[in-house]
Design a protein around this ligand. Sequence first.
Ligand SMILES: C[S@@+](CC[C@H](N)C(=O)[O-])C[C@H]1O[C@@H](n2cnc3c(N)ncnc32)[C@H](O)[C@@H]1O
Length: 275
Amino acid sequence: MTPTAPEPESIESAGYLDVDPRAASGAGRAWWDANASEYLDEHGAFLGPAGFVWCPEGLREADAGLLGDVTGARVLEIGAGAAQCSRWLATRGVEVVATDVAEGMLHAGLAYDASAGVRTPLVVADARELPFPAASFDVAFTAYGAIPFVPDADRIHREVARVLRPGGRWVFSVTHPVRWAFPDDPGEPGLTAARPYFDRRPYVELGASGSVLYAEYHRTLGDHVAELAAAGFVLDRLVEPEWPEGHDAVWGGWSPLRGALLPGTAIFVTHLGPG
Ligand SMILES: C[S@@+](CC[C@H](N)C(=O)[O-])C[C@H]1O[C@@H](n2cnc3c(N)ncnc32)[C@H](O)[C@@H]1O
């Protein structure tokens, strides 16, 4: 008999709720596995099979150079999804490894490899427990991966610090924390602050059994900086990409309307300080 995959549980309720971090801890993997195709159907064309885009504002690594000079560097991507960013680096001859907790997301990248004509190294790994030796990478990064989906992002920063060589660079983009105070709506309702910026309760979706199906965590700008400092990182730049003139793509709650008035993405460019 061939075992059949269990039917995904439907969402019974959703909101900003205190949930047991242990109950929410594995939700990221299950949700992204189940929703990999939907995510890529929606955003795949914008990201491209082998493009390195930091955010819905469309900032490209080719223009921003936030990773610095990666010639000869060994580069790690966490929360890579279908590994478009790593693939972009691989097509330029950079030694890169793409990791993600959801096998379904990485698996989707295999077809992109064929169209880009490269083989991107893919490893299934939770960013909180990376299967790499200490000091084995020069640069680590993620575009919107992993950090918002775990209750304990401090563990990700510590793990990245462990696998980076001294002075190594760690760059990550997340939803700009200011957005937390506004409804996640690309239209007019998304322009009026409706909840406290300082409310750290995650946005969660619960199944009928009470299980956590999806969880997204908010950290203020100060929280991010404190977590980075505790892991030994020095903040070099905080990049807040502006919405470019003529860019009309809507991505979830990101839109030209909101982009003209509010920051949508925060990109932290850091390096590992002396021990
Ligand atoms: C918004 S997607 C971003 C994917 C990709 N960077 C992109 O720009 O399309 C978030 C990714 O984070 C991954 N993720 C969630 N929790 C994770 C964890 N604990 N460790 C590693 N990856 C995780 C998800 O599987 C998903 O692929």
